[in-house]
Design a protein around this ligand. Structure first.
Ligand SMILES: Cc1cc2nc3c(=O)[nH]c(=O)nc-3n(C[C@H](O)[C@H](O)[C@H](O)COP(=O)(O)OP(=O)(O)OC[C@H]3O[C@@H](n4cnc5c(N)ncnc54)[C@H](O)[C@@H]3O)c2cc1C
Length: 598
């Protein structure tokens, strides 16, 4: 393998919303490169539909304080409240910043940024849903991503696209470089750098039914585990309640924000039972569990594993009347087909394309879909990666976006808070890295810079054991879906760990058929599988370890939240096949944990 060397002040790993925001800020003063597995505008941020949360109060009373409280409550009190307050108070300013960069938000009749309700976002006085999600139709993420990319091009950020980062190099504990595999040539690239910002997104590909893109395989968290660094709160993975049945493609919560309702086989709007005040707009963990229970008790549609999401105008208007929902001017809320078509064009299109149904005429079959990683690489409020529960910073290493755990989402993320998180903490990471490199010198590269990457790739290229990547992937997804999803038990998690251990052994005997240098996607998929197996393993271990139910982590054998023993973050290390746990207290500023009532 040929090796090329480059030198930068800051290397951003990942070209999604977090990476591009970080690059935009870092490249104002530092020589910055973005190294991305995908062409940046193909990143998963571009799939985000519903909106970005900010208490602008454009349509009704709202306050950053309410946003922060809702986020803390939605997190089932596991979110760190200093980070939550910081993010929610930054939100209005950063949305206006995006607007000024050129994001074409939808508008109110008087020209302000339009907002819609979303799950878990409430008026703190009445407990009713509040319009807090700023949107550009149902393509908000797409608009943000395109805008950030264009701003980076204007500013001269360097891009290395379709480069897979395979390793991070350290010198005396500081970041010294980043190693990447170039898909087009099969060459290796070593980026000497003073600072690296990890912004590689989530890992929904661990499960069978997922809203996540194919590339979301958790590569960098796995790289850090191998480098002896910990991951935080890996047991908390969000299942979004409304994925298209079997396909997992996301139907945004914005559909329920516009008045869509969930219906079971008896034709009941069942969320009334589970969340009497906010109903279909309860937070995601609550709605996903409700769907599972309906299905389990035989009220899935036709006895199947799905329910209906009904957004036909007549249904929306019927339930809006029952709920007494009004428009901002106080008039009754009533929608027409044309209005829904304008607000949800992509969703309607997906249903027509992938299901052959028109949501204006028929209800949409939905089931929970693996969606979002609340846990990840632990960081400080300044996006610095930490090496332990004492907040010891790894100099020069930053993480932001879905891959990071600050933690603003705790045990359960509210919709619209991820687009917010990626721009707020992407910006912080860019600013902090740029400041750090002004006083840090360029560390020397270790002599064995590419050894680990070569060893991993050559083992895969030359393996003759006969195990197939596709078999191991599907068995991993099956066991994660069966035992490490919405409901969990000690027995199921133990079985999952045994199976994952077996798969990890079999992975050592993987063989691939394509040995070529150019565009060897088979090689890269085999490498990604190794990362997914490590993350699946620490997810199941952390889930077995946490003997309580909180947010997205629901243990049927420990169905209560246990603040006495578990109001704390999990840190897990995986070194030479052995794991170790440690814990960090949750930061509580204002809101003592209470029972969550919706
Ligand atoms: C269908 C869908 C709809 C959503 N809707 C909303 C919404 O309405 N509101 C909201 O707030 N949130 C939403 N979310 C969540 C939100 O979009 C994501 O959490 C967020 O966009 C993640 O951004 P990111 O920058 O952290 O990562 P991503 O946008 O996923 O980008 C990751 C980047 O890392 C790169 N990368 C990965 N591995 C490597 C590697 N080994 N080497 C180099 N580069 C690598 C990829 O190329 C990519 O550029 C949605 C998510 C999905 C899946």
């Amino acid at each position: 393998m040929q090796v090329h060397t480059h030198t930068y002040d800051v290397v951003v790993i990942g070209g999604g919303g977090a990476g591009l925001m970080a690059a935009l800020y870092a490249s104002k003063s530092a020589k910055t490169a973005v190294v991305s597995k995908l062409y940046p505008t193909r990143s998963h941020t571009g799939a985000a539909q519903g909106g970005i949360g900010a208490a602008l109060g454009n349509l009704e009373e709202d306050h950053p304080e309410w946003h922060a409280f809702d986020t803390a409550k939605g997190s089932d009190y596991l979110g760190d409240q200093d980070a939550i307050e910081f993010m929610c108070y930054q939100a209005p300013e950063i949305v206006y910043e995006l607007e000024h960069m050129g994001v074409p938000f939808d508008r109110t009749p008087d020209g302000k940024i339009a907002q819609r309700p979303f799950g878990g976002h409430t008026n703190n006085k009445t407990g009713k849903p509040v319009r807090r999600a700023c949107h550009a139709a149902d393509r908000t993420g797409h608009m943000i991503l395109q805008t950030l990319y264009q701003q980076n091009l204007r500013q001269g950020t360097h891009f290395y696209n379709e480069f897979y980062v395979t390793d991070i190099l350290f010198h005396e504990g500081r970041v010294a470089g980043v190693v990447a595999y170039e898909l087009a040539t099969g060459d290796l690239h070593v980026f000497r750098t003073k600072a690296a910002i990890i912004a590689t997104g989530g890992w929904g590909q661990l499960w069978e039914v997922t809203s996540n893109a194919k590339t979301l395989t958790g590569d960098l968290p796995a790289v850090l585990l191998r480098r002896g660094l910990p991951l935080e709160d890996m047991e908390f993975f969000q299942f979004h309640p409304t994925g298209i049945f079997k396909l997992g493609i996301l139907i945004t919560e914005g559909v329920r924000g516009e008045g869509g309702v969930l219906i079971n086989d008896l034709g009941e709007r069942f969320m009334e039972k589970y969340a009497p005040t906010v109903k279909d707009l309860a937070s995601r963990d609550v709605v996903s569990r409700a769907i599972y229970i309906e299905v389990r008790e035989g009220r899935g549609i036709g006895g199947g594993k799905y329910v209906y999401l009904d957004v036909r105008p007549e249904t929306v208007n019927k339930y809006a009347r029952i709920d007494g929902r009004t428009r901002p001017d106080g008039s009754p809320y009533e929608v027409t087909k044309e209005e829904l078509l304008a607000k949800l064009p992509d969703i309607i299109d997906f249903c027509k394309t992938y299901l052959g149904i028109d949501p204006m005429e028929e209800p949409i079959p939905v089931q929970p879909t693996a969606h979002y990683a609340m846990g990840g690489i632990p960081t400080t409020l300044k996006a610095e990666v930490i090496r332990d529960e004492q907040n010891t910073v790894v100099p020069g290493l930053y993480a932001a976006g879905e891959v990071a755990c600050v933690s603003v989402h705790g045990a359960n993320r509210l919709g619209t808070n991820s687009l917010l998180d990626i721009v707020v903490f992407g910006k912080v990471a860019g600013q902090e890295a740029a400041a750090y490199v002004t006083h840090a010198d360029l560390p020397p590269l270790p002599a064995d810079a590419t050894d680990r990457t070569r060893e991993q790739l050559e083992r895969l290229l030359h393996g003759t054991g006969g195990e197939k990547v596709a078999d191991i992937v599907s068995e991993m997804k099956e066991v994660m879906t069966e035992h490490v999803s919405v409901f969990r038990t000690e027995e199921g998690l133990t079985q999952a760990l045994e199976k994952l251990q077996e798969l990890k052994e079999r992975y050592k005997r993987v063989s691939i058929t394509d040995k070529s240098k150019r565009f060897n996607l088979e090689l890269m998929e085999a490498w990604e599988l190794g990362n997914m197996l490590d993350l699946a393993y620490v997810t199941a271990l952390s889930a077995l370890n946490r003997t309580e139910s909180r947010g997205a982590h629901w243990r049927e054998d420990h169905p209560k939240r246990d603040d006495q023993n578990w109001l704390k973050h999990t840190f897990i290390w995986l070194e030479d096949g052995k794991h170790r746990f440690a814990y960090k207290p949750v930061v509580i500023t204002k809101w003592q944990p209470k029972e969550r009532v919706y």
